[in-house]
Design a protein around this ligand. Sequence first.
Ligand SMILES: *Cc1c(COP(=O)(O)O)cnc(C)c1O
Length: 490
Amino acid sequence: MANTNFPLIFERSKEGRTSYSFPELDVPETDLDSEFEDMYVRQEAPDLPEISELEIMRHYTALSNRNYGVDSGFYPLGSCTMKYNPKINEDVARLPGFSHIHPLQDEKSVQGAMEMMYDLQQALGEITGMHKVSLQPSAGAQGEWTGLMMIRAYHEANGDYNRTQVVVPDSAHGTNPASAKVAGFDAVTVKTNEHGLVDLEDLKRVVTEETAALMLTNPNTLGLFETEILEMAEVIHGVGGKLYYDGANLNAIMGYTRPGDMGFDVVHLNLHKTFTGPHGGGGPGSGPVGVSDELAAFLPKPLLVKQDNEYRFNYDRPQSIGRVKPYYGNFGINLRAYTYIRTMGAEGLKKVSEYAVLNANYMMRKLEKEYVLPYPQHCKHEFVLSGKKQKKLGVRTLDIAKRLLDYGYHPPTIYFPLNVEEALMVEPTETEAKETLDGFVDTMLTISDEAKNDPELVQEAPHNTIVKRMDETTAARKPILRYQRENNNR
Ligand SMILES: *Cc1c(COP(=O)(O)O)cnc(C)c1O
């Protein structure tokens, strides 16, 4: 644990101390002309700390020790798949043949990199059962938007201009209705039934000739596999709509079933989740889209193709929705995903889903003894508990999350999905050992005991962290985004 009293960089500053040394001047000294100086040179030196190289080193090391990531501990943040990022991916991403090339290089000189991208497209097509894949979108949400824009283009190409609605279950990931809106559609909600699944009767009620598509998150945000997909497909295709599969959490089904085989027209994947791209702190991501034969003409351009044993970018695609990302996606993340797929192999990827689902069900059955489990059937890669029993004792889900910090855990996703009161969404991932899962379960049970016997202890948590409970309202209203020496805030 980092020393909490470690003085920050400004407090260590001593006038005249430096951490750099320039070589001696070996050219004649000149005066800048004054016009240039007024324009480009600061009149007053910036107020920077003056400290030695060692002190800087210790400053940044101390800051990095305050960080928390998958490499430091268990990170069961539901829906985010915070699983181990194998280090061999990093080695491959750093190979000079990959890391020293430029996206504007002549295609003939980067055939190896293009082959990797093409093979990755083929592998993702195989994994999802889709006809063609583009690696361009750089996040799950961007994949969703790209998919919806292709669906719009498809309908318009058929002279079908009245499809203004996208149906989104209330148990969908939050990005789904947002993407529908950004793509220019109205998001129409379909309800969840008492089993936590899409209510087929409600779906039949909301679907009309104006339905452009249904966006299905599967497993849904409750971690449940939608059991009536074929019936939903019939309803949507029956009115001429398209089926969109949010495949961000493919580690629940990979190797067992494929969106393409279920009748989906578009799917996106999150390579930074299922396929081990390191993520958190905002990126970089990769959200490739796969489409059925019927929608292939609308994929973003350029499309990477193989012709006469040569790889090239095809720009001659008159029906394409156009470019959605500079160059051809986040190359580094795609390369890591490719490395992962090649190291795991088909059998390995299937095992990933198996263990992800096993780990989640193992924890769920242990935790349901103390926490309310609103939907009791087996889950897929994650599960959602409700903290409403603890809330009756005055301990809210937010308090439980803060208390977990005291025990050295990153908390699960909380207050999402919205259709579960005091929700706690736990995703253990497949990479964790049984002892780690047991340790987290024991801690959750301990916190439940604390809620009964000493609720204040939980309500006032965290007690052991560098930063205590935040005043989040004030932080949002009066943000202090920069270190200011005067008020000495951290
Ligand atoms: C994470 C996630 C998304 C969004 O992906 P981003 O890369 O964060 O944009 C969409 N749908 C589901 C189900 C997700 O878990």
